[in-house]
Design a binder for this molecule. Structure first.
Ligand code: NAG
Ligand code: NAG
Ligand code: NAG
Length: 471
């Protein structure tokens, strides 16, 4: 991106330099010709001067027009994704950190639908300026996260696929799903059922499928560990992208290539499918659950895990802990699995009671993205750019860049419930505002705030952790 910019700039300069010279020559010649006349040398000189001035002016005008014509479209394409369009609605700087996902475009399939809070390579692929702002922001901040909500109808299936450039961490909000995961080598297939409130982890490029085995819709809130466009390959697309003879050689089926030709490429995108004649196609869907030692590499019972209580709310975590501190045997398997893969996430649910406040804090080692499941709240961010406090409700996605201080206040009568993801497969490092105030010597605070040292004794230390507090 930067190199073409430089080339353009240099082209521009070398264009202006030579084109200036002929202009000058152009108005020097008539002046010299006029020297031959002796009668009204002065008059002629003045006329000549005027001509010179006019040609120079015209020349400069032409040059500047050429300059503008040459440069403005280039600057447009170079900066349109980052600067131009967002700057038109600066008032909505909150959309750098907020995505009203519930109102975004729904991508529908036979067996379900998907909505995205993500970056797009082509700015015209966004369905609103607010979405563009959010996508641009997470990409610019290198958030290492993209969020999608995936709905699968009863008996529908997210077909076997893998993600080329991201891990996936899914939180099942409702329904019941049967998961299959194929590891490298193909000899290990891990399958298990998951229910609402539980978490699934698909490492980058592991082949996986998700089938709704319940009666109601499944709804996954999925975090993908990339801030670029997510790249996915479905098994049917990989199949139909391979020549018949190669398929026949690779699979060696009875009937050879004739058998391969009986496969028909579907017209519609199969991403989430639900064939009308499913009952005729499938006659035995039973499949054993894998052993805990395999299942928990990809599964975590977030809802059933330890609750961390504070005066104003409750947190639960699906995360890595050093030496498995505080985790049971199965949870340790998950913890180790996260730590062994690159770019994994720390997931958590955050429940804030009515009028509770997750006090201002920031993370040393992670970006954070979250989705509002129920309730409503107010969010404030202090970071590298100004943004005013904004409200969030059900279906909204929020984003906190690494190091940016943020708070969340629960503002409805109903409690505020969120699923959040932080970009670390190590222990999340967090610093709360009250803690850094107490940790900073009061004479330093006195000098900083131009306030008497004794005044800072008015900020009390509590025995109970105030991470989520009430007034
Ligand atoms: C159904 O499939 C399972 C797993 O492949 C197998 O163990 C079982 O015997 C099959 N049942 C019938 C009735 O074919
Ligand atoms: C998963 O759930 C389905 C539907 O309730 C059930 O038929 C199946 O036996 C379960 N599988 C396992 C491995 O528990
Ligand atoms: C697997 O883990 C569950 C708890 O999640 C436990 O109830 C079950 O007994 C374990 N199974 C085995 C075979 O250890």
């Amino acid at each position: 991106m930067e190199n073409p910019g430089f080339v353009m700039h240099e082209d521009g300069l070398s264009n202006t330099a030579p084109s200036k010279i002929p202009q000058k020559n152009g108005h020097l010649y008539p002046c010299e010709e006029n020297k031959r006349s002796y009668c009204s040398l002065m008059k002629l000189f003045l006329v000549c001067l005027l001509a010179c001035l006019i040609t120079t002016t015209v020349g400069v005008l032409i040059l500047s027009l050429v300059y503008v014509g040459h440069f403005s479209p280039k600057t447009d394409t170079a900066a349109s994704t980052t600067a131009n369009q967002p700057s038109q609605n600066n008032a909505d700087s909150r959309f750098n950190f907020l995505n009203n996902l519930g109102q975004s475009k729904v991508f529908t399939f036979q067996g379900g639908s998907i909505q995205w809070a993500r970056f797009r390579n082509n700015p015209s692929d966004y369905s609103s300026p607010a979405e563009l702002k959010f996508g641009t922001s997470i990409n610019k901040h290198q958030s290492m996260m993209t969020l999608g909500t995936i709905r699968i109808f009863s008996q529908g299936m997210k077909v076997p696929h893998w993600h080329l450039n991201a891990n996936e961490h899914g939180f099942l909000l409702k329904g019941k799903a049967w998961i299959g995961i194929v590891e490298a080598g193909g000899s290990t297939v891990t399958t298990f059922n998951i229910t609402a409130g539980q978490v699934v982890f698909f490492p980058k490029n592991t082949l996986h499928w998700v089938k709704n085995v319940g009666d109601e819709d499944c709804l996954f809130i999925s975090f993908f560990t990339t801030n670029d466009e997510l790249k996915t390959l479905d098994v049917d697309d990989a199949f139909f992208g391979t020549p018949e003879d190669i398929l026949s050689r690779a699979l060696k089926p009875e009937g050879g290539v004739q058998f391969i030709r009986t496969f028909k490429k579907p017209i519609e995108d199969q991403s989430i499918n639900l064939p009308a004649n499913l009952k005729d196609l499938v006659n035995n869907a039973s499949y054993a659950q894998s052993a805990n030692s395999s299942v928990w590499k990809y599964f975590y019972d977030l809802k059933g895990s330890k609750e961390f209580s504070y005066p104003g709310g409750v947190m639960q975590w699906a995360r890595y802990r050093k030496n498995g501190v505080g985790l049971n045997e199965n949870e340790q398997i998950y913890s180790d699995s996260l730590n062994q893969h690159a770019d994994t996430l720390t997931l958590g649910t955050l429940r804030i009671f009515s009028n509770g406040l997750r006090v201002p804090h920031y993370h040393f080692n992670a970006h954070e993205m979250g989705y509002v499941i129920s309730g409503c709240g107010q969010i404030g961010i202090v970071g590298d750019e100004p943004v005013s406090e904004f409200t969030v409700g059900v279906g909204d996605v929020f984003y906190f860049p690494i190091g940016a201080q943020h708070y969340i206040k629960s503002t409805c009568e109903e409690e505020l419930l969120m699923i959040t993801a932080a970009t670390t497969g190590n222990q999340l490092e967090t610093l709360d505002m009250d803690d850094y105030f107490h940790a900073t010597a009061d004479h330093i605070l006195a000098q900083l705030f131009l306030k008497k040292q004794d005044e800072f004794k008015k900020i009390p230390v509590f025995t109970v952790d105030q991470s989520i507090n009430i007034p």
